[in-house]
Write a protein that binds this ligand. Structure first.
Ligand SMILES: [Zn+2]
Length: 43
């Protein structure tokens, strides 16, 4: 994984880590999940 904020590179055990282990910056995956949830609600 690569953090867009601090450019920290690390190997993540999970596919979608919630945050950067270095700077605790939230990754974009949560946004994607929210979009998916919104789509489910619409459907
Ligand atoms: Zn970071």
């Amino acid at each position: 994984m690569k953090c867009k904020k601090c450019l920290y590179l690390w190997e993540s055990r999970v596919r979608e880590p919630k945050a950067c282990p270095r700077c605790k910056n939230r990754l974009d995956y949560e946004i994607v999940k929210n979009i998916n949830n919104n789509l489910k609600e619409v459907m």
